[in-house]
Design a protein around this ligand. Structure first.
Ligand code: 6CS
Length: 386
């Protein structure tokens, strides 16, 4: 899709207008059935609404499409999942409001979710995960973390049930100048998603963090209101952002991470059978989505380089280390913002990461030749600084 042709520089309000005029039906599992004759209503499948923060062709869309297919298959056609892409239900926070109220049953929530679930800003922390994307997807979705009672409680307190943690690839900086050190970011109006943790992180790096809705970014950069942006590669391409930037800078400081979540009162009312199907599907989607995101990000980087003369910058381990050092005090800001429960959660994640690193080091010692999975080995060297 050419996003700009559809919704050029649109504000959230306009985004709603250029999406579909279909509205999700509040708190119902079978909205279409309500209007039907009772004789035909019995044959109607249940419909579950699922709001995405991204457009067609994105990682979230691929996740949603596969989720819909598997749910339909595993419920013998009794359930259909209807996807609402970014813009159809308004802006990002509108999506969260709708899943909290039960107007849709499922949604993705990433950086902007920090205003609704402050603990979710954990996924915005820099230099916390390992350098291996597959390992990160596994750590985040292992029951030890995904079902961690502090994680679940922080979402449930806001009428949300976290179901899966979905990494969508490395967050890559774009700018109109080469960035290799914090000094290069000095005073740069760098767009961050709307959460305090990201603002604190990029202030610590020396930038001037600026918040703007996703759908406004292209014109924000084109008009010079923004000097830079932070997105996974696929989004730099599909939203045309790369066309108004000169450099893409790979620091592997963090992945773009979204939480797949349900409205919790609705989820609690599901039969155990339905809950089991959802659990089966989100588990199957962990390796599936890792493959999808690595493929999309690789293919889109090819498109970007074929269609522009944008320069690619890969930070060295020494260059990364300078950013990492500045990011460490932001962990204390996270603790201060979310209190004891969130701090326990951060420590639980750090512990899982440490365990995975120790396991990797042990395996490398035992069998030096088998240390790197193929996909990761192809990427430019970015030694672990986490
Ligand atoms: O930067 C943003 O606001 C958006 N970026 C992506 C890749 N997904 C959704 C998010 O809101």
């Amino acid at each position: 899709m050419n996003w700009r042709n559809g919704c050029i520089g649109a504000a959230a309000v306009l985004l709603a207008a250029c999406g579909s005029d279909e509205e999700p039906t509040a708190n119902t599992s079978a909205p279409e059935a309500d209007a039907e004759e009772t004789t035909t209503a019995a044959a109607e499948p249940e419909t579950w609404g699922f709001a995405l923060e991204e457009i067609e062709g994105s990682v979230q869309y691929e996740y949603g499409a596969k989720f819909a297919e598997l749910i339909n298959e595993k419920t013998d056609g009794e359930v259909e999942v209807k996807l609402y892409t970014y813009g159809q239900l308004g802006g990002l926070t509108d999506i969260y409001d709708q899943v909290q109220s039960g107007a849709v049953q499922f949604a993705f929530g990433s950086g902007f979710l920090g205003g609704t679930v402050p603990e979710s800003q954990l996924f915005s922390l820099n230099f916390v995960l390992t350098d291996n994307e597959k390992t990160n997807a596994e750590i985040l979705n292992a029951p030890e973390f995904r079902k961690n009672e502090d994680l679940v409680a922080s979402f449930r307190e806001r009428d949300l049930q976290p179901l899966a943690i979905v990494p969508e690839g490395w967050q890559v900086w774009s700018a109109n100048k080469e960035v290799r050190s914090p000094a290069d970011l000095d005073g740069l109006a760098l767009r961050t998603m709307d959460n305090r943790l990201l603002r604190e992180t990029y202030s610590a790096y020396g930038a001037d963090p600026t918040t703007m809705e996703y759908g406004e970014l292209f014109s924000g950069m084109q008009l010079g209101q923004l000097d830079g942006n932070i997105q996974p590669v696929f989004a730099h391409q599909e939203m045309d952002f790369y066309k108004v930037q000169d450099y893409l800078i790979f620091a592997n400081q963090a992945e773009f991470i979204a939480t797949f979540m349900a409205n919790s009162p609705w989820y609690d009312g599901l039969s155990q059978e339905r809950k089991d199907v959802i659990e089966e599907v989100v588990t199957e989607l962990v390796p599936y989505t890792h493959d999808v995101q690595t493929r999309l990000n690789t293919e889109r980087l090819d498109i970007i380089t074929e269609n522009s003369d944008i320069k690619l910058v890969y930070l060295t381990p020494e260059e990364r280390a300078a950013f990492r050092e500045l990011s460490l005090p932001v962990r204390d800001v996270f603790s201060e913002m979310v209190g004891e429960r969130g701090t326990r959660l951060m420590n639980a994640l750090l512990e899982q990461v440490e365990k995975a690193e120790a396991g990797k080091a042990g395996a490398a010692k035992a069998e030096p030749a088998a240390e790197q999975p193929e996909a990761e080995a192809e990427e430019p060297a970015m030694d672990d600084a986490a």
